[in-house]
Design a protein around this ligand. Structure first.
Ligand SMILES: [Zn+2]
Length: 536
């Protein structure tokens, strides 16, 4: 191409002096990228790109590694955002510490409700569920609602139970009100009962949600994520995200799954969902069961640590199948929370009935934590996508064996087996259930250890993912599971310029634990730098 060096093509941005890992499935690597109007227009060697393109901006990445912008395939954006205003109870090592954190956050606040999230009694010296007695004396006049780490249980005080009509309730369908020996509620509400209380707390305004979302966005892009999921929103909130994209306030790309309510079915069907440059809402999120920690996950055989108890189904099966038929007609995607092997079996059967064989709908089973061996082979023939969160494995490994017993724990959190079904496995965190940090996902998936290298041999290390598989799970496979692979998920010409710049190549680290000291140096969405550390 004689003359090229005299007539460089003008573009908005050139990134160079980098180790570009394209994660395009073909193993492509490069040193420089040319970006114009938010799109990747060329990828190549340093001199190729610098000779052919003149960037209005040129960023020297000083040898750093560039990956496609990271994608969280299962998270709760709005929940995370709103939680930033709640007392963080994650990592409390005792019930007393919960009380201390509430005291310091709420002693001088005049919020009408005291809210907290993230307690986990399995981390305390006494792993029994707490009782509201201390909350009643600490907050005798204000309602208190503290969500458990998994979101499937709430601890409420007397005022909160009274205000929501649950103090003298005989029970709530699809839920449990735990009781003391004298029959009064302990304050612990499980699944349907917890939801019933939460639904009666006054909802934040659109202005409060907006403020929370913009605060959340800062943390999210700083962790290297460019696309996140909201696994369960109402259409008003999906419309709010769309309006924030239109004003330019929200740059983060979002995959929004609608809650399966009548209003949402009607609105999504009439509108055909959303597919804008930054918002895809073409799916519904269903819940088949609860969580393992609160023994709400639906198991085929009883819990090992609660004889006769098999967990809870949260949906009537005929109603669920009718809803699946309905969204299938509109071309929408289904994503169903199924943690126990009984729930997974029901969802697989329902999906098989509606999908009728191989297809390109990308219907998903969220979490897929316990799969009966007879069911493992059922994902592939109906193109059903398992969607998993590796930090769940390393958070649950301390007690999951007590719930499941020796036999079943061996086939739980079986990421390598699940990857084998379709040859792809989208990864997420379920934030705010887990931390938003993708480095923690990488560490958990690759080492199957916690940050203290426990357990030494790894938690069923045969189910670990390789570093390369893990990066694909947080990029290309997550994009595929969200039907966005045409736009994002890999560094390829024609795709959006969503990129993350890190100081080390995670794929080549000798020790996966080194990821935790690795730095997210910059993040780009549509070729715009939305996060940068001062050193770059
Ligand atoms: Zn979730």
């Amino acid at each position: 191409m004689w003359g090229c060096r005299f007539a460089k093509t003008p573009v908005d941005l050139v990134l160079h002096n980098a180790h570009v890992v394209c994660l395009d499935g073909a193993g492509t690597q490069a040193q420089a990228i040319a970006i114009h109007q938010g799109q990747i227009v060329a990828i190549g060697k340093e001199h190729q790109i610098l000779n052919a393109y003149r960037g209005a901006q040129v960023h020297d990445l000083t040898g750093a590694t560039v990956y496609p912008g990271l994608i969280d395939a299962h998270s709760h954006l709005l929940g995370y955002a709103l939680n930033l205003a709640h007392t963080d109870l994650v990592g409390t090592s005792s019930w007393e510490e919960v009380l201390d954190r509430l005291r310091s956050d709420h002693a001088n606040s005049n919020d009408p409700w005291v809210r907290g999230r993230g307690w986990d009694q399995n981390d305390w010296p006494n792993p029994a569920f707490p009782d509201r007695i201390d909350l009643d004396s600490l907050f005798p006049d204000r309602p208190v609602a503290l969500q458990r780490i998994d979101g499937h249980a709430v601890l409420a005080n007397r005022v909160a139970l009274a205000q929501t009509g649950l103090l003298h309730s005989n029970g709530v369908p699809g839920g449990e009100i735990l009781r003391r020996e004298d029959g009064t509620p302990t304050g612990v509400l499980i699944d349907g009962a917890a939801d019933s209380l939460l639904s009666r707390i006054p909802q934040p305004s659109a202005a409060q949600k907006t403020q929370a979302l913009l605060l959340a966005q800062r943390n999210i892009v700083a962790s290297g994520l460019t696309t996140v999921t909201d696994a369960g929103l109402d259409v008003e909130d999906i419309a709010l995200l769309d309006s924030l994209h239109k004003t330019g306030d929200l740059q983060l790309r979002v995959v929004a799954m609608a809650n399966p309510t009548e209003a949402n079915f009607v609105a999504m069907s009439e509108r055909g969902g959303w597919r804008t440059p930054r918002l895809v809402a073409e799916s519904f999120k269903f819940y088949m069961d609860g969580a393992l920690g609160s023994r709400g996950a639906a198991l085929l055989e009883p819990y090992d640590d609660r004889p006769g108890h098999r967990g809870l189904l949260l949906q009537s099966i005929p109603e669920y199948e009718a809803q699946l038929e309905r969204i299938h007609r509109d071309g929408f995607q289904a994503a169903t929370h199924a943690i126990g092997d009984s729930a997974a079996r029901i969802v697989l059967s329902a999906y098989e009935n509606v999908l009728g064989g191989p297809n390109d709908r990308r219907w998903r089973i969220e979490h897929a934590q316990v799969i009966h061996p007879d069911d493992m082979g059922r994902f592939g023939p109906s193109s059903i996508v398992p969607s998993v969160q590796p930090t769940h494995a390393t958070s649950d490994m301390y007690w999951a064996g007590q719930r499941l017993g020796r036999g079943r724990i061996r086939r739980a959190y079986a990421y390598a087996d699940l990857l084998g079904q379709l040859g792809m496995l989208p990864l997420g965190t379920d934030f705010p259930v887990e931390d938003i940090d993708p480095r923690k996902t990488f560490l958990a998936a690759v080492s199957r250890q916690d940050a203290e290298r426990y357990p030494q041999e790894g938690f069923h290390l045969d189910q670990a993912l390789s570093p390369h598989q893990c990066m694909l799970g947080m990029t290309l496979w997550a994009a595929l599971a969200s039907r966005m692979e045409g736009e994002v998920g890999s560094i390829e010409v024609g795709k959006r310029a969503d990129l993350v710049v890190v100081d080390r190549n995670w794929i080549q680290m000798a020790d996966p634990h080194d990821v935790m000291s690795s730095e997210i140096q910059a993040t780009y969405i549509d070729g715009v730098r939305v996060h940068v550390i001062s050193q770059l």
